[in-house]
Design a protein around this ligand. Structure first.
Ligand code: FMN
Length: 239
């Protein structure tokens, strides 16, 4: 199986340690590709809207964004990690996710996303881990992913791994291993089921795209939906 990991920090700290514990369960069988932010997607979206209005290849950062996208599309399992920074995901993760605005369902979602599984690992000192995970989950669910497992921890002690009390570290390890084993047990030759929430989003946007297409059949997002057959009877979750 293939796993793509997007790390919201380059630091080899607590988040890194948690991710390593999680991935250990897959080491034997998986081809793991990791990206570290901001190194692997270093620039902010400039808001030029070329990706939305014309083509994603016109983005000034296409070289970085398309490399990550290819890896995401090829992966069976996606792993996103982030510490909470001022109650949210890291700026580096948010900057990377902004680049994928064109893949949100109201624009041009990739059909591969609909059967994918993802895990989000976040941690914080006291509060903000859940909202950091939500920042990431919002994008993943609007990309079309239904199976998104969130694992979020509160350290409530030191923020250096080796200085966290042993008992607490063991609790984190147990949880991470348990989630990893559940994700490992999945049969990745079958796409994940699409949830009712994702289907509802799809049908509302399909209605919107149908209307936009009547006004302007050359509209980029409408043409994409139409070419995929989604304005007709095809559905991205039916392979
Ligand atoms: C800029 C910055 C902002 C942070 N904001 C929060 C926060 O809002 N809530 C919180 O509980 N911890 C906060 N923390 C602590 C981190 O979430 C985290 O626990 C700590 O950085 C250790 O993780 P790491 O070793 O992976 O970097 C912050 C840390 C940094 C550097």
């Amino acid at each position: 199986m293939k796993i793509t990991v997007i790390n919201g920090t380059e630091k080899h700290g607590v988040t890194y340690k948690m991710k390593e514990i999680f991935l250990k369960e897959f080491e034997k069988d998986a081809k793991i590709t990791e990206y570290y932010l901001p190194k692997d997607c270093p620039s902010f979206c400039a808001g030029c809207t070329a990706c939305f209005l014309k083509d994603q290849s016109l983005c000034k950062d296409a070289e970085y964004v398309q490399r990550i996208e290819k890896s995401i599309l090829e992966a069976d399992l996606l792993v996103f990690t982030s510490p909470a920074y001022v109650f949210h995901t890291t700026g580096a993760m948010k900057a990377m996710l902004d680049h994928f605005g064109y893949r949100w369902m109201p624009h041009r979602p990739a059909k591969e996303m609909f059967g994918k599984r993802a895990v989000i690992i976040t941690q914080c000192l006291g509060a903000g881990g859940t909202s950091a995970a939500k920042d990431i989950k919002d994008s993943l669910s609007w990309w079309g992913i239904s199976t998104i497992k969130v694992v979020s921890f509160k350290l409530m002690s030191d923020i250096v791994w080796d200085e966290i009390p042993v008992k607490k570290r063991e609790t984190f390890e147990k949880k991470l291993v348990s989630v990893a084993r559940k994700m490992y047990a999945i049969d990745y030759s079958m796409p994940g089921a699409t949830s009712l929430a994702v289907k509802m989003k799809f049908y509302i946007i399909r209605m919107m795209q149908t209307g936009l297409g009547k006004e302007n059949p050359e509209y980029v997002d409408y043409k994409y939906w139409n070419e995929n057959g989604w304005i007709g009877k095809k559905r991205p979750w039916k392979v």
